[in-house]
Design a protein around this ligand. Structure first.
Ligand code: BG6
Length: 483
């Protein structure tokens, strides 16, 4: 890959929950890749902290195993791995007691930027914040990183914000939504605000509707316990889809800086209309011959939690009134394919008599896999026989347009962790934004709880048929779920 690595000063990253799944799968491999890219300055350290009693040497072995399993291409670099492992240490730490805190305070360097990654349940955030302060680690050089779920409703999110605000300034709190670290999600802003072409048309006068699909082919896997208490609405819509929605719908921020961007996103969420039950469909996947059903996987025979949601949302503002946004996400769907599609209105009048077709410009931003941007344009079908029109894609799949080297993107966590160290909050959620997202989501979830159980859908399908009907009744159709 072409390296455009910007070096940063040495820093300390403390992973609280350092033996957990997220640390092993994402945080540690991401750090290793940044280390290989030369971005971890000499003297930086990574400190794993958790309740499990173990020493540094056992923790280092665990990290090596995690990198072997999840480290991607870089894992083969033995020499680099050895150097990286040497930066790692471990502290046994009790979030609710005194064990380990003095040791941790001793291990971190007072002159370094210090990031504490709370890779633990939100019930521990308050205890951790309090003890970081008590042990003198919460000064200006300190940043805390918190994972989703940030609460499970507006009330709990408010409470969490309050608890954190007792010990930290908002500028020190990094609420992660890893979708914001995805390269193509950032590209969405580049496409919108770096080109003259799109922005003048980006409104209800020219855009018929917008679709956002985040489809997964996997089921809930080993996370049944967590997932069954959350469901697709809390797990995906309130955060990831909401962030995509905001970026596609927001007004141009004056600058690409944290508060300018987050102010605009917040305005979108606040302008969202409530979603009525007739504008939402939820589903739950069934078993196949080889794969268990949702209920079996979460070990809850009566579960009414949704693994699929499709909904129609409207924004009441000058730019978007009259243009619906259709969102859907689900597990065990036909493919892993996520994209945002902007479907422009028909040309007002056709001058070509021979042509009876319907032609539309469609802009597709493919988030994953095969990241890229495709613009469908209408041209003349080649050859004699008059002016018959066809739609062809102007395809900028990044791997083809940029070459495979440059289209190999860093993992979202690499980008986001380094942004924490650099002190750049643009791609992190602000407290008021998270609360506004819950304020919109809460009534929808309350309707779920009062309403019918989710509809069954087949593994490998596009979700329940009713989700197709949701958009058909408006004379529109979902885009095919296709990688
Ligand atoms: C997580 C959700 O935040 O995002 C998971 O908790 C989901 O349920 C995952 O599978 C999807 O992320 P990605 O990056 O694979 O699209």
């Amino acid at each position: 890959m072409v390296s455009r690595t910007i070096p940063v000063d040495p820093f300390d990253l403390v992973i609280i929950g350092g033996t957990g799944d997220l640390a092993r799968r994402k945080i540690l491999p991401a750090l290793f890749r940044r280390f290989c890219a030369g971005q971890m300055g000499e003297g930086s350290q990574v400190i794993g902290a958790a309740r499990t009693e173990m020493d540094t040497s056992a923790y280092r072995t665990m990290v090596e195993e995690a990198i072997a399993e999840f480290g991607g291409d870089e894992k083969s670099s033995k020499a680099k791995l050895k150097k990286f492992i040497a930066l790692i240490s471990y502290v046994t730490l009790d979030a609710k007691g005194d064990t380990g805190w003095d040791e941790l305070a001793e291990a971190v360097k007072s002159e370094h930027v210090r990031a504490f990654y709370f890779s633990v349940g939100p019930n521990l955030f308050g205890d951790l914040a309090k003890r970081l302060q008590k042990h003198g680690m919460a000064d200006d050089l300190c940043r805390i990183v918190v994972e989703k779920p940030f609460g499970r409703d507006l009330e709990s999110a408010r409470e969490l914000n309050k608890v954190l605000a007792r010990h930290f300034d908002e500028s020190q709190i990094y609420r992660i939504d890893h979708y914001l670290g995805k390269e193509t999600v950032q590209n969405l802003m580049a496409v919108r605000f770096g080109n003259m072409l799109f922005e003048p048309l980006w409104n209800s006068q020219y855009v018929d509707h917008i679709q956002i699909t985040v489809a997964e082919s996997v089921g809930v896997g080993g996370r049944g316990g967590y997932y069954d208490r959350s469901g697709a609405m809390r797990d995906m819509v309130q955060n990831h889809l909401m962030q995509l929605f905001c970026l596609i719908a927001m007004e141009p921020p004056a600058k690409f800086d944290p508060d300018s961007v987050r102010d605009e996103k917040l305005k979108v969420i606040r302008a969202l209309d409530p979603v009525t039950p007739d504008n939402i469909v939820r589903g739950q996947y069934e078993a196949t011959e080889t794969k268990p059903s949702y209920r079996k996987q979460v070990e809850n025979r009566d579960s009414n939690t949704e693994s699929f949601v499709a909904l129609k949302a409207n924004i009441s503002n000058w730019r978007w009134a009259g243009t619906p946004f259709y969102l859907r996400t689900g597990k065990r769907l036909r493919e892993r394919a996520s994209e945002i599609t902007v479907i422009f209105k028909d040309a007002p009048h056709s001058i070509f008599e021979e042509d009876s077709g319907r032609h539309r410009n469609i802009l597709t931003i493919k988030l994953q896999p095969n990241e890229g941007i495709v613009l469908d344009v209408t041209i003349k079908e080649p050859g004699p026989g008059g002016m018959r029109l066809i739609d062809v894609p102007l395809d900028m799949t990044f791997a083809e347009a940029l070459g495979p080297d440059q289209a190999e993107f860093p993992d979202a966590y690499e980008r986001l962790i380094m942004d924490v160290i650099r002190g750049n909050q643009t791609l992190f959620m602000r407290g008021d934004e998270v609360e506004a997202a819950w304020a919109w989501t809460d009534p929808i979830i309350a309707d779920f709880e009062r309403g019918d159980p989710p509809l069954a859908y087949a593994t490998g399908s596009s979700g329940p048929d009713e989700a197709l009907a949701l958009i058909h009744r408006d004379g529109r159709a979902w885009r095919e779920i296709k990688a």
